[in-house]
Design a protein around this ligand. Structure first.
Ligand SMILES: Nc1ncnc2c1ncn2[C@@H]1O[C@H](COP(=O)(O)OP(=O)(O)OP(=O)(O)O)[C@@H](O)[C@H]1O
Ligand SMILES: [Mg+2]
Length: 306
């Protein structure tokens, strides 16, 4: 098993990650294997990863390398053929004992590339939906919806029908809906890839601030190397169903370049110190000072208006 990231952090990166010193394991994936029916090769091969409370761990790798499959196994939407999954101390999957907790018992939040908000519902109805499905009392549903919409900067949008929102606003509804159950872990599968460049950057800042504020574990999937460098506390480089390397974002491209195409490509893009500094500049990585970042972002909204 991997230890928390302390050993290999450079002073600069440690400063950038400041108080993020995740100690408690939120999710542990242990020796997962998955072959889809009819598939000749396993989509996932002996994958082990720990995600710590309060960190963003990014799965970065080329199309088809198994990122979404990994997320779906954590959410319970796919069952591994072998291996175990733990949420903290709780066993969620123990393949050898055929133990598999169903998705609705895992309390996982998911945000996808497609906003997947229901067009026939208002913003408040969309966000309340997971609570209604779990039969929360009405007053608690009301309170939580108000709280989480405030968190994502959508107070006042409660009665707006889903289709009458911008893309960024719809994505924030998706975030609110994923967070309203106060999940153990938030799974993000390329959540910004339908947004334009400026909005992506704003959403990255918003997510980083959310992470700071909620101290929640996030497992984030992206193709986008800049996004990964900007947002992650750690990166796991995947290729052909295998985690080839994981750790500090900087280490991911300074080490093992020869064995991983992502690492090589990252190294190419950030070969100079200057370029690297730009990638972790506070404007892109506001967690250096949450208070300052919040002020510069928006006083009222965690995620700036689209
Ligand atoms: N439902 C399925 N049935 C059969 N094979 C599948 C299924 N879903 C995924 N696969 C295969 O499993 C492998 C991993 O797919 P996965 O969707 O996890 O990749 P990914 O890294 O998320 O790719 P992308 O970046 O394109 O979203 C691929 O080879 C894919 O073709
Ligand atoms: Mg995918």
């Amino acid at each position: 098993m991997h230890s928390p990231l302390t050993a290999e952090r450079s002073p600069a990166t440690a400063r950038a990650q400041e108080c993020v010193a995740p100690a408690k394991i939120a999710v542990r994936l242990n020796g997962l294997w998955k072959t889809y029916p009819g598939g000749s090769n396993p989509a996932i091969k002996d994958l082990s990863l720990d995600v710590y409370d309060g960190e963003i761990l990014t799965l970065l790798g080329p199309s088809g390398c198994g990122k979404t499959t990994t997320l779906r196994m954590v959410a319970g939407l796919e069952t591994p053929d072998a291996g175990d999954i733990f949420f903290g101390d709780q066993a969620v999957v123990i393949s050898s004992r055929r133990l598999t907790l169903p998705p609705n018992k895992r309390n996982v939040g998911m945000v996808f590339q497609s906003y997947a908000i229901w067009p026939h519902m208002t913003v408040a109805e969309n966000v309340a939906f997971p609570l209604k499905a779990r039969r929360f009392p009405r007053h608690e549903i009301r309170e939580r919806v108000v709280r989480v919409l405030d968190l994502v900067g959508l107070s006042g949008f409660e009665d707006r029908p889903g289709p009458l929102l911008s893309g960024g606003q719809q994505q924030r509804v998706a975030f609110a809906r994923a967070l309203v159950t106060e999940p153990r872990i938030l799974l993000l599968d390329e959540p910004f890839s339908n947004l334009d460049a400026k909005l992506r950057e704003q959403m990255c800042i918003g997510v980083k601030l959310l992470q700071k504020r909620l101290n929640i574990a996030m497992l984030f999937v992206t193709h986008d190397q800049i996004e990964a460098l900007s947002l992650s506390n750690r990166i796991a480089l995947m290729n052909s169903g295998v985690v080839q390397q994981q750790g500090d974002p900087r280490a991911c491209f300074t080490k093992s370049r020869s064995t991983n195409s992502c690492a090589t490509s990252l190294a190419g893009r950030f070969s100079s110190k200057v370029k690297w500094k730009r990638a972790i500049h506070p404007a892109r990585w506001p967690s250096r000072s949450p208070a300052r970042a919040t002020a510069s972002c928006s006083a009222a909204a965690i995620i700036p208006a689209a």
